[in-house]
Design a protein around this ligand. Structure first.
Ligand SMILES: Cc1cc2nc3c(=O)[nH]c(=O)nc-3n(C[C@H](O)[C@H](O)[C@H](O)COP(=O)(O)OP(=O)(O)OC[C@H]3O[C@@H](n4cnc5c(N)ncnc54)[C@H](O)[C@@H]3O)c2cc1C
Length: 633
């Protein structure tokens, strides 16, 4: 059956192709969306041929890969190839308000991640749709656009196993990528030093619509009453607090890495972008253990080899980078031998998978269908986020000393939805989260005549770990993604405490005044428990658990991981991994900004390595690059 997201994408593609008609143009201008729909400007497709040679081959054009390829191609002497399975971002990616329409389409790898038995019973079939962007810009072109970076301790913890990644070092790269357009932050010295206006990734906090400005304020007041103070921004110096978040969007366009890095670099003769091309294997000399190229499966089903004289940089993301390494014989020997793959390097590839699991909570607010009007006013605001969103961080009281006192336990996203939006809620509930029909119906009922606050409660530092494995030796088979949620009992205890704390939202003044409540949802596996008891909320957390798709860790950095602190694969020459998979411990916030930061820092490390090496050979050519060497921290 064709999903609603596929239909929406086809509709916008058809509108895009009608772009020259004046009536259609008028229509789009009226919506301030014409730019997003009519402007092209993506890099042209480079047709690879067997035996092509480059200095660097970057695999995957996502949050990290586009950054690496664009930055390396700043050096005119470097010949860079960027290989990407997907094509150009469609209008539904560029237009920020359509972000929910990309999942389940051709722009998504459409993976299914598995729960362990007895976990996630609210998801029929025991799986979670595990979206990953398959398009230029990768998941930065399909994600929910929240801009959040985590707290200093997150990176200081990386630094303890992978020197060079401490907060002082990474802040330089966060600022290098950031084009902050919210001037309020620069008026305050406590936040000003954390930001930059010069970077390519445009970040904004779009003005709230007059009709919903009061809603933002009311919710932030509620959180303040609960002890989560209102702060200027969620990337500020405080580790707990709530605010309207910033987004990677500006002027009605998504600031993906395709937009921010590849469009400006598209005319460089030394950067080639091969779209619709999938890397199936890294070519490694078995004697020297030196990577020297990649095997690529082309759109026409032909397989070719292309070569890299300096390095192959794998940036295919937390699911596909380990898949490519495993297909190339880099991974746990025990697993590889079962599939008949010869081991080249015995490394823990695919292990340490972890993620920000999300527990969805619904709070019923004011009754009265008039709040439905807000949905109608908000719906056309596609050049920004159409609904009010507030986000914040908090800690709970526990006896455990994990995580550190300098890190929050939870992040939350509070999305306000006026009454009668249930048809849309049903679509998201079923297709995006794969929730059980009964659960979706009970959510829809809660919203029939009431406004609701849809709160995603994110456990920031789970101890449980899953794994990405090969299903078979055939590269066209999807990998197995074992989520591993709640394998460590600590996680469920903390999750239940977080839910109970969040439920105190309805004790705040506003919700008391409007007779707010926690609606009774239909949760498989929890029917016989005393509703509202500690046991009930444990069961709720265990069975409704979903994900906000922040997978990390499958090619972790560190001496016991897969790559070293310069992101070079242990024991293999000429091969790096640069993407979310190298993150050893997930940060206290969303992952897009941290991954772009990793791309920036890796690009400087690679430049420094090869400029240094080349200097020994040819001082003349590289004399002009001294300033780049100076950039590296
Ligand atoms: C639906 C969704 C919502 C999210 N919301 C947010 C959010 O609001 N804020 C936030 O900060 N983070 C969010 N995230 C997470 C964030 O976007 C990711 O952590 C980040 O984009 C990962 O970057 P990456 O470079 O590791 O991988 P990706 O950006 O996924 O890039 C990998 C690229 O490699 C390509 N590729 C894969 N395999 C191959 C191959 N074999 N050959 C060639 N190319 C290949 C892919 O097509 C893709 O383009 C979200 C993620 C998703 C999926």
């Amino acid at each position: 059956m064709i999903s609603i997201n596929v239909i929406i994408n086809e509709f916008f593609k058809a509108l895009q192709s009608m772009g020259s008609s004046s009536m259609v143009q008028w229509f789009f201008r009226a919506l301030t969306l014409s730019q997003a729909l009519l402007q092209s400007g993506w890099p042209t497709n480079y047709q690879l041929t067997d035996g092509d040679r480059f200095d660097f081959i970057v695999v995957g054009s996502g949050s990290a890969g586009s950054v690496v390829a664009a930055r390396l191609s700043e050096i005119p002497e470097f010949n860079v190839l960027l290989v990407e399975t997907g094509g150009d971002p469609p209008p539904t990616s560029v237009i920020p308000g359509l972000f929910t329409t990309l999942q389940g389409t051709e722009y998504d790898w459409n993976y299914k991640a598995r729960f362990d038995e007895g976990v996630g019973l609210a998801h029929p079939g025991g799986f979670l749709p595990y979206s990953r962007g398959k398009v230029l810009g990768g998941s930065s072109s399909t994600n929910y656009l929240i801009y959040s970076r985590g707290v200093p301790e997150d990176y200081d913890k990386w630094n303890r196993i992978a020197p060079g990644w401490g907060w002082d070092s990474v802040l330089h790269y966060f600022k290098k990528l950031e084009g902050m357009t919210d001037t309020t932050l620069f008026k305050n010295p406590r936040t000003a030093y954390l930001h930059s206006t010069d970077g390519p990734v445009k970040v904004s906090r779009p003005g709230t619509m007059a009709s919903t400005a009061a809603i933002d304020d009311i919710r932030l007041d509620c959180y303040e009453e609960m002890g989560i103070k209102r702060v200027l921004e969620i990337n500020g110096p405080e580790i707990v607090g709530a605010a309207r978040p910033h987004f990677t969007l500006y002027n009605g366009r998504r600031s993906s890495t395709a937009e921010a890095y590849l469009r400006p670099a598209k005319d460089r003769p030394n950067l080639k972008v091969a779209k619709f091309s999938t890397v199936t294997k890294i070519l490694i000399d078995p004697h020297t253990l030196q990577a020297f190229g990649v095997q690529v499966s082309m759109n026409n089903k032909k397989t070719i080899n292309v070569f890299a004289s300096k390095e192959v940089i794998v940036s295919a993301g937390t699911i596909n980078s380990p898949k490519i390494l495993l297909q190339s014989g880099i991974g746990p020997q025990e697993d590889l031998s079962k599939l008949g793959i010869k081991t080249v390097a015995d490394l823990p590839v695919g292990k340490n998978f972890h993620d920000h699991q999300a527990i969805q909570l619904i709070y019923k607010g004011k009754q009265g269908i008039e709040t439905a009007a807000q949905n109608i006013v908000a719906a056309p605001q596609l050049d920004t986020l159409p609904v009010p969103v507030q986000s914040g961080f908090f800690r709970i009281n526990t006896t455990s000393d994990y995580p550190s006192v300098s890190q929050p336990h939870f992040q939350f996203f509070n999305t306000y939805i006026g009454a009668a939006a249930w048809p849309l809620l049903m679509v998201v509930c079923k297709t995006v989260a794969n929730f059980d029909e009964k659960l979706c119906n009970s959510q829809a009922n809660a919203n029939a005549f009431n406004e609701i606050d849809n709160v995603l409660l994110i456990m920031l530092h789970p101890l449980s770990r899953g794994q990405v494995r090969l299903a078979s030796a055939d590269p066209s088979d999807d990998p197995v993604i074992d989520l591993g949620y709640y394998r460590d009992p600590y996680d469920l205890d903390v999750a239940a405490e977080g839910v109970k704390y969040m439920n105190t939202l309805i004790n705040t003044k506003y919700f008391r005044n409007v007779k707010g409540s926690v609606p009774r949802l239909s949760v498989p596996g929890c029917e016989d428990l005393d509703w509202g008891s500690h046991q009930y909320w444990r069961c709720y957390a265990k069975n409704t658990v979903a994900s906000i798709l922040h997978a990390v860790g499958t090619c972790s950095m560190g001496p016991n991981g897969v790559v070293d602190e310069r992101l070079r694969v242990h024991n293999i020459g000429g091969l790096r991994v640069v993407d979310a998979s190298v993150i050893p411990f997930i940060p206290s916030g969303n992952t897009n900004a941290p991954v772009m930061m990793i791309g920036e820092k890796a690009a400087d490390m690679i430049k420094a390595d090869y400029i240094k090496r080349s200097k020994a050979y040819d001082n003349q050519i590289f004399a002009t690059f001294d300033d780049i060497l100076g950039v590296e921290r």
